[in-house]
Design a protein around this ligand. Structure first.
Ligand code: GAL
Length: 846
């Protein structure tokens, strides 16, 4: 009976899937206290964030398909105002900015869209997504009850809504958009804006509703979201969240699947057991829609990363990696979680859960109607596993886990027990294929241009005092020169031993290269957690005229916090000359400074590769402020591609004129703070699990395949600090080995409920599948049934092992794209009676 029930649920889910893919005739989206109601039906939904400009249109169909295969119903994206309106009134929706195309592709794949218009988006995106020209509108104050700001915000929001309407993209028009967001986490900062913040949020809500999209609006982290706007939760956990009205459903707009990385830091990651736990807890406690932020993080191309110091990679440890490869076992385990939750949908949407305690830190939630029953059993203890009694049965509950029982009886999934396979990535280095006759002379394939130190452009200007950088550059460039000269006679109070002094510089950040008499004397960056720089630079002066040239640079404009738009940057002083003993000072802050916005090479458009100024003689290495150029042929194959910038300092790089972002491999993460094994049990935070300590934060920089052609590609680099471009190479990323480790006492994978023709539960099964349809399993590196140990790549036999495991697995798997093996003594015989056994396999696809 029970099996029949589950099959019926699965059948009806399949039917829903079919309807979604084919129906997009106009349909209604509303909500009530339980769920979003789509076309009259309450739904349990799973969503994931993919930001369209963080990948390429060529990658979108595959990313969307992998999201669908992973069990998502909705793709959530922000809309990036600065990209779409780089100049006030001039709109751009080309290439990676083709929002309409992205939304249509999601719809064509049968998935829904949650369009988070913002237009403030945070998102580790430059200036939180605001175009910098907004800052220059007279009288403007961002994100508060300010007429000039509200006018612009309304104009852009309405523009996007109209664009979506013109393309029939709202549900009410038969399109995929079922939800939209206005503002972003304003509730986290609203106190700083006082009463004007409160009236601003009311205005934003009314403005959004007046745009008449026909679908509900949400505000995230906004406990006082007014009227019909649904307030939603963001965080690593949202099971304890309640919306501000019992007419609104419990929605989770950002479940952080990992975390972003910053230059100079180690790399955060989030164990999937904890992520799965957070998801299951949310649905256990009445949630009906949650979104992974990010499902695919992607890349901060060009100068789009926020900051300061957000890396170019926005991988985020998401279920799909930066390059578009599924990350296993994360993607697969979550897919299993989604299937298990969907099996509970009928019961979940019909009623509120009832909770009961099964002991200390042990909680059951039951969704029960006359015709359906689903239960979630949680052990929220951070250490102790437990055995609980529920409905007359006994269940094992590992610490920090949830078991899902779609029939209130059988466990189809426990969040801490992974049935999905793991994958080890393989990075294959390839040298740059220069257009060269002889490989012995790599240098001759590079040409270069030395960016002049100090003022070199005619548009330079002189001003008394020190200027704030963003007001001066309008973020047209990362760079601003501050130049001055001074006569030294030798008897100045700040000079010691005839020539020595100390230059004290204070800057709002983010970086500073100090040149004295044309020579790079110091490079400084704002310390972690503090955007400001305060340095004492020992300086040697000549008798007579001396030059001081300060190259101040931003590394992504701030994107978060109250008044983040006013954080500022650049050398705002004081700027002092002191004697090295700290004695008398000369204040240079208010004297005349000559300013130059940006670099000469930027004006000359060197990044495009053209220009007659490239020099091919006397190739310089380790020279600061140097532009380099070479041409290369496409690396072999079709695997995702990255440039390995090991050997370089810091700068920006362009392939065929497209910026692949800022690179900075010389910035090494601290040696401590990482864990080889991160215990997933217990509350996660962004500092908890880090890897890559003591190594450069980022050496590999994604080059989308669609940006290169077979021959004659142009690579241009601007290097600030000094590096050796002949060391640059390519790396391709592939799936190395597939692994799986399944215990004979695992709950059967959700898949297994219907696989056996007789309808019998076939028990724990180990499954392997090569990621690409034109691959087969070519060899088995390891197979052991008994008590194997270790993890993917380092498995070893335990004391107990069956002698038949390797040949059985080889026979079943080699030559096939996928295989499934029953994890039981029926398959392998019993090598050690009374001992709990498992099967571990490592396979290679070819
Ligand atoms: C949230 C914000 C997102 C993103 C995230 C961290 O606070 O809404 O846009 O910045 O944090 O990745």
């Amino acid at each position: 009976m029970m099996m029949m029930g589950i099959k019926m649920v699965m059948f009806s889910m399949l039917m829903v899937g079919v309807l979604i893919t084919t129906s997009f005739a106009a349909y209604n989206v509303t909500y009530d206290h339980r769920a979003l109601v789509i076309d009259g039906k309450r739904r349990v939904l799973v969503s994931g964030s993919i930001h369209y400009p963080r990948s390429t249109p060529e990658m979108w169909p595959d990313l969307i398909q992998k999201s669908k295969d992973g069990g998502l119903d909705i793709i959530e994206t922000y809309v990036f105002w600065d990209l779409h309106e780089p100049i006030k009134g001039q709109y751009d929706f080309s290439g990676r900015k083709d929002l309409v195309k992205f939304v249509k592709l999601v719809g064509e794949a049968g998935l829904y869209v949650h369009l988070r218009i913002g237009p403030y988006v945070c998102a580790e995106w430059n200036y939180g997504g605001f175009p910098v020209w907004l800052h220059f509108i007279p009288g403007i104050k961002f994100r508060t009850d300010n007429e000039p700001f509200k006018e612009e915000m309304q104009r852009f929001t309405a523009y996007i809504v109209d664009l979506m309407k013109q393309n029939n993209l709202y549900a009410s028009q038969g399109g995929p958009i079922i939800l939209s967001q206005i503002e972003n986490e304003y509730g986290n900062v609203d106190k700083a804006y006082g009463e004007a913040g409160k009236s601003y949020i009311k205005w934003a809500a009314n403005m959004a509703v007046s745009l008449d999209t026909g679908v509900p609006w949400v505000m995230c982290q906004q406990a006082d979201a007014p009227g019909p706007i649904i307030n939603t939760c963001n965080g690593f956990y949202c099971d304890q969240f309640t919306p501000n009205s019992n007419q609104k459903p419990k929605l989770w707009t950002e479940n952080w699947s990992g975390w972003f990385s910053s230059f100079g830091d180690s790399i955060p990651y989030r164990p999937v057991e904890d992520l799965a736990f957070s998801v299951a807890r949310f649905y256990q406690r009445g949630g009906t829609m949650q979104n992974y932020y990010m499902y695919h993080g992607g890349t901060n191309f060009e100068r789009t990363s926020g900051g300061p110091f957000i890396t170019t990679t926005y991988d985020y440890d998401a279920p799909i990696d930066e390059y578009g490869i599924i990350r296993q076992p994360k993607w697969g385990h979550l897919k299993d979680v989604h299937k298990a939750i969907k099996l509970c949908e009928a019961a979940m949407v019909a009623t509120d859960p009832t909770y009961s305690s099964l002991g200390s830190n042990l909680e059951a939630a039951i969704y029960k109607t006359d015709s359906a029953c689903a239960a979630f059993l949680a052990n929220v203890d951070t250490k102790s596993d437990a055995t609980v009694k529920f409905n007359g049965n006994s269940y094992q509950l590992p610490a920090w886990s949830v078991s899902i029982l779609p029939d209130c009886n059988n466990v189809v999934l426990n969040t801490a027990r992974i049935n999905s396979m793991a994958m080890l990535p393989k990075y294959i280095p390839q040298s740059l294929k220069y257009n060269l006759d002889s490989a012995s002379d790599i240098q001759s394939s590079w040409s270069w241009f030395h960016e002049p130190v100090g003022i070199s452009k005619t548009q330079a200007f002189v001003k008394p005092g020190l200027l704030e950088q963003i007001n001066t550059t309008a973020d047209k460039s990362d760079y601003l020169w501050y130049s001055s000269s001074m006569l030294v006679k030798g008897d100045e109070p700040f000079i010691q031993n005839g020539s020595q002094a100390v230059l004290h510089v204070e800057s709002l950040g983010h970086g500073l290269h100090t040149f004295i008499n044309g020579k790079l004397t110091a490079t400084n960056f704002a310390p972690k957690g503090n955007h400001k720089i305060s340095v004492d630079i020992p300086a040697t002066f000549n008798m007579g005229k001396n030059t001081i040239d300060l190259l101040s640079l931003t590394v992504g404009l701030a994107n978060y916090g109250a008044f983040f738009d006013l954080a500022g940057a650049g050398v705002t002083g004081p700027l002092l000359l002191r004697s090295s003993s700290g004695g008398l000072t000369l204040d240079l802050s208010s004297q005349q400074w000559t300013y130059q916005v940006g670099l000469k090479g930027e004006d000359l458009d060197l990044s495009s590769g053209s220009s007659s100024l490239w020099d091919s003689s006397a190739f310089p290495k380790n020279l600061p402020l140097t532009w380099y150029k070479t041409t290369f042929d496409a690396p072999d194959g079709n695997d995702p591609l990255a440039l390995d910038f090991t050997g370089m300092g810091k700068g920006e790089a362009w392939v065929n004129g497209q910026s692949i972002g800022r690179y900075w491999p010389s910035f090494i993460a601290p040696g401590t703070g990482c864990t080889d094994y991160c215990n997933y049990r217990g509350p996660f935070n962004a500092e908890k699990c880090h890897k890559n300590c003591g190594k450069p934060t980022q050496t590999l920089y994604h080059v989308p395949r669609s940006w290169i052609k077979p021959n004659g590609n142009v690579l241009v680099i601007f290097e600030e600090i000094g590096g050796d471009p002949t060391k640059i190479s390519f790396t391709t990323k592939q799936v190395g080995s597939l692994c799986s480790h399944v215990s004979e006492s695992h709950p059967p994978p959700v898949d297994m409920w219907t696989t056996d023709q007789t309808g019998t539960n076939v028990g724990p099964t180990l499954s392997l599948e090569c990621p690409s349809p034109n691959q087969v399993i070519s060899s088995i590196n390891f197979a052991s049934f008994g008590t194997p140990q270790g993890s993917c790549g380092t498995y070893s036999h335990g004391i107990c092992k069956s002698l038949h495991a390797l040949p059985i697995v080889q026979k079943e798997c080699v030559g096939a794209r996928s295989c499934k093996i029953g994890v039981s003594i029926d398959t392998f015989g019993d090598p050690c009676r009374g001992v709990k056994k498992s099967l571990a396999v490592e396979a290679v696809c070819g």
